[in-house]
Design a protein around this ligand. Structure first.
Ligand code: 3AM
Length: 181
């Protein structure tokens, strides 16, 4: 099963992002129900690894924290593959992402180590973006530089299944793990 860990978005945050997607000039908008903040992408894992992951994640005890989105960006270096809302780093979020990764590695899961860059993907871009769209996307990002919705409290995170279909990815939250005092 292809899985990842993420923080799901409350309705108000999804509303804010959906609003932004209305004037997206190019790319494929991420469906509202798929909007999330990835903590770690684990890729394909077998049942044994998934059980180990679940046990490990169940033991995480960390406080809830606020998530603040601020401005938009391209992600993917020279050939950006997506447009995202930036998420401001904060100690609660950074600690959680680090803990999730170290706990899963400690439980024997093998997955790619990638620097954590908190974001919520708004839209995916085609392999080749035509120059006109490139300019329109840059303007779009600049126009929304002041995007700073009310923060939301992350009171839990989840283990998600990702199924890739021709019609798009379907994400399902398999388990939710609470954060709190
Ligand atoms: O939070 P985002 O949308 O950036 O891009 C995928 C998505 O991240 C990412 O995992 C999240 C849930 O699917 N993802 C998919 N395949 C990946 C891969 N091979 C990947 N991240 C790293 N390596």
């Amino acid at each position: 099963m292809r899985v990842f860990t993420a923080i799901g978005l409350p309705d108000a945050a999804a509303d804010d992002l959906e609003q932004l997607q209305y004037d997206l000039p190019a790319g494929r908008a991420v469906p509202r129900e798929n909007l999330h903040l990835t903590l770690s992408f684990l890729g394909d894992q077998d049942d044994t690894a998934l059980e180990a992951a679940h046990d490990a994640l169940s033991n995480i005890r960390l406080p809830a924290f606020d998530v603040q989105m601020a401005g938009l960006d391209f992600l993917g270096g020279n050939k950006p593959s997506l447009i995202c809302a930036n998420v401001l780093p904060n100690p609660g979020l950074t600690d959680l992402a680090a803990k999730v990764r170290s706990t899963l590695h400690g439980a024997g899961l093998m997955f790619e180590r990638k620097k954590f860059r908190p974001h919520v993907t708004l839209a995916r871009l085609p392999k080749r973006v035509d120059p006109g769209d490139q300019v329109r996307l840059q303007h779009y990002i600049t126009r929304h530089a002041g995007f700073a919705p009310l923060p939301f409290t992350a009171g839990h995170f989840g283990l998600y299944r990702s199924e890739l279909h021709h019609s798009g990815a379907v994400y399902t939250e398999l388990v939710q793990y609470p954060l709190g005092a």
